[in-house]
Design a protein around this ligand. Structure first.
Ligand SMILES: Cc1ncc(COP(=O)(O)O)c(C=O)c1O
Length: 362
């Protein structure tokens, strides 16, 4: 404890990133590991990205274009929205932080489903806002009716994580329509669609084309997953111009780096390859889901690039057995384990480890 920082931060959980090979080497002496803990797509940078970043590096002694004008133009064209409605940032998690800053004063409330993306409680508390967690349904998804009921006069924001990290579940158009009809017009609904490119259920809406024209809806997207730019940090949001303009005022200056902008431009030119890779992920998602169900794990249908094993209090033990066999997964003790879909070989290694782990934890 220190008196130099806010006392309320003492009770705040730290963000737990997926563990990596260096952790396993240090702790277990394991020289090689498969990382299925952070929901990246496993096929390497998209063609042209490394070259674009290398070229951008030649100018990296200069500040980037703070307005990311060229990139917002390309994103606007790709997603069919005016560039003034787009804000880019250092990953969508940074944009989440900025939009909480732009909407909430201390004591204001932020409603979200739980369990969901672990950054929500941390970011909310960091801003002095009050988290209102609505328990997931028995099927591990959002209970949108209960979330609407949880809105009070203090609510400024509602996060709808679709598909939901870490459970992979999603909410469909009819449910979201009903929900939005119940949300007061002065509450901002954030559709966090980090895994949108992996959605195959036609009933799960594209938030940008379906809802982003509503005054109180904002859509968050990332280029970390399907677009392969996790290490370069690039996310964006789409909102109404007035909302986007207000958010821009509190944005960290120059936070979309020169290399991130160049990489994103190069990645956007590779959409066919992105679709091909997502197709591979989706096929493997079905295979892994089926295999786990055969092992009697009640895996909910996932629309993302990961699957959820609702193992409750056995989550940590399961994760530890997998790590011992060189497969890093992401346990959330008390709730379950999230496992990223990797290459077919990586998934086979995970399934072999899972069989052993399930046997051991009984
Ligand atoms: C639901 C959700 N939103 C946002 C993010 C953040 O993505 P990034 O900051 O890499 O753009 C993630 C990453 O795991 C996520 O799962």
């Amino acid at each position: 404890m220190t008196r130099l920082t806010r006392a309320d931060l003492d009770g705040l959980p730290a963000y737990v990133p997926g563990r990596n090979l260096a952790d396993l080497t240090r702790e277990l002496g394991i020289a090689e590991a498969i990382k299925l803990a952070s929901n990246e797509v496993p096929y390497g940078p998209l063609p042209g990205v490394v070259e674009a970043v290398t070229e951008a590096m030649l100018h990296s002694h200069r500040y980037p274009d703070m307005g990311a004008v060229e990139l917002r133009g390309a994103l606007g064209e790709r997603y069919g929205v005016a560039p003034d409605r787009i804000v880019t940032g250092c990953g969508s998690v940074a944009l989440t932080e900025i939009l909480v800053k732009a909407t909430c004063l201390p004591g204001d409330e932020i409603v979200y489903s739980w369990r969901s993306f672990e950054a929500y409680p941390i970011i909310s508390a960091g801003a002095g806002a009050t988290s209102v967690r609505v328990p997931n349904t028995a099927a591990h998804g959002h209970d949108l009716a209960a979330m609407a009921d949880a809105i009070t006069e203090r609510t400024r924001l509602v996060f709808v994580c679709n598909p939901n990290n870490p459970t992979g579940t999603s909410v469909r158009t009819a449910e979201i329509d009903r929900f939005l009809a119940d949300v007061p017009s002065d509450v901002l609904v954030v559709l966090d669609e980090a895994y949108r490119e992996m959605v195959t259920d036609p009933e799960v809406p594209d938030g940008i084309s379906t809802y982003a024209d509503r005054p109180n809806v904002l859509v968050l997207r990332t280029m970390s997953k399907a677009w392969g730019l996790a290490g370069l940090r690039m996310g964006f949001l789409v909102a109404q111009p007035e909302v986007a303009g207000a958010i821009r005022k509190v944005l960290t200056p120059f936070s979309t780096s020169l290399v991130a902008q160049a990489a994103a431009m190069a990645a956007l030119a590779q959409e066919a390859e992105v679709r091909r890779r997502c197709g591979l992920v989706v096929a493997e998602r079905s295979r892994v889901t089926e295999a786990l169900r055969k092992l009697h794990v009640d895996v909910p249908e996932s629309q993302a690039n990961f699957v959820w094993l609702p193992l409750g209090d056995q989550a940590a033990a399961f994760g530890a057995v997998c790590e011992g066999r060189g497969v890093i997964v992401r346990p959330f003790q008390g709730d379950g384990v999230r496992v990223t879909i990797g290459t077919p070989e990586e998934n086979d290694a995970f399934l072999a480890a899972a069989e052993v782990a399930l046997d051991q934890i009984g």
